[in-house]
Design a protein around this ligand. Sequence first.
Ligand SMILES: Nc1nc2c(c(=O)[nH]1)N[C@H]1C(S)=C(S)[C@@H](COP(=O)(O)O)O[C@H]1N2
Ligand SMILES: [Mo]
Length: 151
Amino acid sequence: MAAAGSALAAVTVSGAVREPRTWTVPDLGALPQHELDVVYTCRSTGPRSHRMRGPLLRDALALAVPEFAGEDRKARLRYFVALLASDGHRAVLSWGEIDPEFGNGPIVLGLVRDGLALDLEGPHLAVPGDSCGARNVSGVVAIRLDAYSGQ
Ligand SMILES: Nc1nc2c(c(=O)[nH]1)N[C@H]1C(S)=C(S)[C@@H](COP(=O)(O)O)O[C@H]1N2
Ligand SMILES: [Mo]
């Protein structure tokens, strides 16, 4: 049983998806899990590294059924994935970075960090390869898939 006063963190998924939804960290545990190390140098705290485990971001988003305007793979390139953390930190990825036909990046929505489950804190995005850690957004509370309108 969870400790008194604790609550599972929730992540809402919105935007260009057929099934907007709210997940808890355990909800995402049934997806194929990937384990990877992120190593970066924070400008304020120096070298950092974490071992992350969780589903690919694109596999998680597939649960909400992305709806792209068009079947052609080029149509997907105008989409972006915006992430919001509980402390207000935000970062945006392009869909092309995570699409298997383009960047195919191993970008993971971490559910376990350094062996500790993130059920109460919420998922921690892992973006391996970045020099700075700022896209490794922790405590993700909202994810939005949206399209560039061309304006
Ligand atoms: N929610 C949230 N995630 C965040 C940040 C933040 O301010 N808020 N800072 C980022 C930055 S700049 C870095 S370097 C890493 C640092 O996290 P760590 O000290 O746990 O490695 O977290 C990233 N993720
Ligand atoms: Mo940082």
